[in-house]
Design a protein around this ligand. Sequence first.
Ligand code: SF4
Length: 919
Amino acid sequence: MSQNSFNARETLKTPSGNFTYYNLQTLQNSGYAQIDRLPYSVRILLENALRREDGRVVTRQDVLNLAGWQPQESARQGMNFFPGRILLQDFTGVPVINDLAAMRAALARLGGDPLQVNPSIPVDLVIDHSVQVDFATPPQFGGVPDAMARNSSIEFQRNRERYEFLHWAQKSFKNLRVVPPATGIVHQVNIEYLASLVLTQYLDGQRLVFPDTLVGADSHTTMVNGLGVVAWGVGGIEAVSAMLDQPVAMLIPDVIGFKLTGQLPEGATPTDLTLTIVQMLRARSGGVVDKFVEFYGDGLDHLAVTDRVMIANMSPENGATVTYFPVDQQTLAYLRLTGRPPELVELVEAYYRAQGLFRRLGAPDPEFTSTLELDMGTVEPSLAGPKRPQDRVSLSQVQQKFRRALAKPRSENGYAIPPEELERRATARLNGADASLGHGAVVIAAITSCTNTSNPAVMLAAGLLARKALEKGLKVAPYVKTSLAPGSRVVASYLQHAGLLDALGKLGFGLVGFGCTTCIGNSGPLPEPVSAAIQDNNLVAAAVLSGNRNFEGRISPNTQANYLASPPLVVAYALAGTVDIDLTTQPLGLGTDGQPVYLRDIWPSTQEVQEAIRASVRPEMFRAGYADVFSGNPVWNAIHSGDSALYAWDPASTYLREPPFFLDLDRSLPPVKDICRARLLAWLGDSVTTDHISPAGDIGPHSPAGQYLQDLGVRPGEFNSYGSRRGNDQVLGRGAFANPRLKNRLTLGGPGVEGSRTVHLPDGKETSIYAAAIQYKAEGVPLLIIAGKEYGTGSSRDWAAKGPLLLGVRAVIAETFERIHRSNLIGMGVLPLQFQPGQNAQGLGLTGKELFDVEGMAELIDEHLPQRPQAERLLVVRAEGEHGRTITFQVICRLDTPLEVEYYRHGGILHRAIRSLLK
Ligand code: SF4
């Protein structure tokens, strides 16, 4: 704890007793900081540094750097941040726990005590990502009234090994709690229950209080920023490191101020506001990557926390590290609404006010690096898609833009449907009747995702719209797979109380589970006649979901067009059955009276929604919903597992294996060496996502991972998803770059061709990326990846770094990197290199067939590297082409902090942690 060289430790008197705390006002009183001037999010970082000042990892100068934060700086200093807790979900959590188990095994092998590996701060893991929509309730699919129970039962069968492993982990590791499946979605559980706004611990016999902060191994961890908690997504390896009391290294951020004024107009939802803000931040000159965004302005006075968290949730989509809303009266109201104990609310208010962390009405605006502004009165009903979350499209333009995309070439992100096929229709026979589908047919309509299901306003709006649609006699088109998967049981309680769960169910939106489902790509299979109609006729079918990601291949292999929309619009498009419609002018269908019914006829008013909230959303529902949050699943409770220190991996398991990363770990530090005679494994374009690098969804039966599983006797129906098999390095190594939508310029077909293919050199034979990597490994050839802008954008996945490492990739040269992915690469010992501004592979005249040397590493990569300006952090790349033609260029070494340099030198973040535990 703090060296306290600023004498900042003081006593806070509250109605619930006295607490000790590190008072930010001390810095103000001694002239080191002008607290009111700092963005609120920076004040939280400052408190963290003040409290953790130890003269070593956090120095007095580090505190002063934050205290003197300036809106504009040409070169920001590095900083170390100690989160108060860690959040995990099961897709990333299983590999994280597997890494911890492997570290224990490595420590034992090297003569250390395996029990030294234990989280030193609270860790919560919510099992939410594995449930799939195998069964949905739509009557048109024959009606499965117990869909949720059946999905849950299949989920347990599929994931038995993983769940037994997590059950062992919760007993074997201290400070780890597991929220069992069928309880809720990680970020919604976090905002509704886990986040307490303040954390306490004993210090010298006194209760120390400090702000609740966290990092999570999931990019949407930022959702809790809407509640005033500074938090962001990190890779699993960084999460493990933070658990072991290692700081998260970063640069002191720029903070972009986002001023909100006005109020949403009638007809617009908080989802529309969220999509508008994502688009604005994406379009900002210079973007917001690596920056904090903080909201201010009198619009906040009317903006409920349930709306704020939606905006904060989509931080990965807008690109910012953190999308922060300061704590204020709305925050306290939300804590009360969600049934938090009154003494906690009291302490939160007392602490945040005492620290100057509470946004008071009329308080001066902080200073920001730059600002944006939105009058919420101008927001209009919107969707985002069909391929990227930042591509907002007004409701009135969906049809027009979809039609345009159908005809556009693939190189312009279109679907390249020839003119003579634009009006093509296909027939699917369902329940004894023929249904006709064309391009734009909505085959998936899913109310899903923590982004939206956390907000009673949009959930109740969906229910009210469903009830009105039923009253008019409207029906959902027979080929639409509809589902309702809320992020907590509380949603079902208030929908039930309002009488709307039934209305949604009658339209087909019955409960299918409490988990991520379609949002993470677990949309489950479509009826065979529907998928056959799509595939046989090359139809561009659509999904409309209330999620936050719609990258190609994520939602379903059968839907090439994927639109994000508010829950009521999801219901509306299910009724319309197509996105090839203008819902502002064309009817949804005919009512029982034979008259056309328009969206405006059944759209609930703001007043109706607010009345439904007032009548049906109660604190006692939250208290009851979370009373047994860790023990409310009897199937989970019935799992038998041991609590041994070392995990006994089952050699026959196809889900869990000891990862190979520490098997050959040596006590001593390896020397940094140049990369010599490397080949390019893939040459990729802009916006390559972690879904492209390490897909989470379907494992194809003919893919290398599918073949491997079949060789082990696993049938395709039992494959489960890549995400659920991240505890098996053999599957994930084979899954690296296995996304069928990957475009690798090295393939013989050229840049536009999709597939997990590459060319092995020098023989020039085209093969799968995995097969080429294995061949290169046998030949002792190190590998590189070349990429365009925003490499590694998307969900935080350390497997997107681990997978390429397993294939032999030593460095990635990109035009720019996504923040989390760059750290993940370093965390696994893969070097991120960046083309100099204005340069790229094509401009330099590379063909991709060269032999590459990266030179000067031993001289450059030392602890002084991050202090140098980028222009002095250059490594030489020598690319020797055919006939001896050599192109030489320089790249920026993107090890940005002293800790990153250390991680890289150790071969990875966890390697360093093991070596320090051995000391
Ligand atoms: S997959 Fe979707 S629903 Fe699940 S945590 Fe991520 S954003 Fe939320």
